[in-house]
Write a protein that binds this ligand. Structure first.
Ligand SMILES: Cc1ncc(COP(=O)(O)O)c(C=O)c1O
Length: 341
């Protein structure tokens, strides 16, 4: 395979920049299981202040972050209400059920990726030994690149509070949601008892997430992180990259959103069936023939796509500049031309 030049499969593929590598190299480290790593302590303090929550916990991945949150909110035999397509339910190996004996209650999404409010209310179980105990509602923002409105989040918050439930946000891409609607990150985080943020997606850090919440919640999550094998030692090199990302790579997410908008416009102009663009993602409906041959054709030109079916997701990130968008469109144009010959 030739060296990939433009990798559009996900925003998880970013390479640390020279400046980030420099910061990592100079990071002071210690044993984090003893809370002795200055760089991890610094990231946790910075993140708690940035998102205006009492405390933060550095974890190795978004999956571990969500799982620590679910384990801290719920006991064995409890359940959480979650969207059918939510990452915590669909793409995390069923971790809550496998490792926590926590039952998910998945609900269908509406076309805008929210869940019908009346369905959430109806899914909350009465206190009756026939049922699992409903403990938590879990949302995701952005979800499939879509921003969930604050108005909707506040409605779900009211339901959660009225029923005495916890409220968790998988905010892997919360900062895309913040930049996409010019809101502060802490405004989006505010209604939630806990929030998980990925540092290794659009923000460009190589590894890591932070989980946020109040002090007692984070204390419990820290314990679960250790149980899950996620207590690390001199991992401050990674936390330093994460803090650098939070300090330097948030505003620039707007460029990814602009590039996604531009790419969607240009791909539509050359006749592709673009079904939409949301924050840093573009969605294209492709034909059966394209499913078979598009990925290879683009890869031969140094463009990596994740072709899994007829709905193609293209993800923009800090490794893709505005000029690259033109090159990507020219590759699609060549593909269409050679298919027509
Ligand atoms: C919305 C969302 N949440 C959580 C995760 C999990 O993150 P990780 O891959 O770091 O486990 C992902 C990963 O793509 C994601 O897209």
């Amino acid at each position: 395979m030739m060296q990939a030049i433009l990798d559009l499969r996900s925003d998880t593929v970013t390479q640390p920049t020279d400046e980030m590598r420099e910061v990592m190299m100079r990071a002071e480290v210690g044993d984090d299981v003893f809370s002795d790593d200055p760089s991890i302590n610094s990231l946790e303090k910075f993140a708690a202040e940035y998102f205006e929550k009492e405390a933060a916990l550095f974890v190795v991945s978004g999956t571990q972050s969500n799982l620590c949150a679910l384990l801290a909110h719920c006991q064995r035999g409890d359940e959480y209400i979650v969207g059918q397509n939510a990452h915590t339910y669909k793409y995390e190996g069923g971790g809550a059920a496998v490792l926590g004996s926590i039952q998910p209650q998945p609900l269908e999404h509406l076309p805008d990726s929210t869940i019908d409010i009346s369905k959430i209310k109806a899914a909350i179980k009465p206190d009756d030994s026939h049922f699992a105990r409903t403990r938590l509602i879990c949302l995701e923002n952005t979800i499939g690149g879509k921003i969930i409105s604050q108005e909707y989040i506040n409605q779900v918050y009211e339901i959660a509070k009225e029923a005495g439930l916890g409220f968790h946000l998988d905010g892997a891409r919360l900062l895309n949601a913040a930049v996409g609607q010019s809101l502060s990150a802490s405004q989006i985080a505010k209604p939630f008892d806990s929030v998980s943020i990925c540092l290794s997606k659009g923000l460009g850090a190589p590894v890591g997430s932070v989980l946020l919440g109040d002090k007692s919640f984070i204390k419990s999550a820290r314990r679960w992180r250790k149980v899950l094998g996620g207590g690390t030692r001199q991992a401050g090199f990674l936390a330093a990259a994460g803090e650098y990302a939070l300090k330097n790579n948030v505003e620039r997410l707007a460029e990814d959103h602009k590039n996604a908008e531009e790419l969607a416009k240009l791909l539509t102009a050359i006749g592709l069936d673009v079904s939409g663009h949301e924050t840093n993602m573009v969605f294209v409906n492709i034909t059966d023939a394209m499913v078979v041959s598009l990925g290879r054709f683009m890869e031969d030109r140094g463009v990596l796509l994740h072709v899994r079916g007829k709905g193609l997701r293209i993800v923009l990130h800090l490794g893709i500049r505005r000029d690259d968008v033109d090159y990507i469109v020219s590759c699609f144009t060549d593909y269409i031309r050679q298919s027509d010959e």
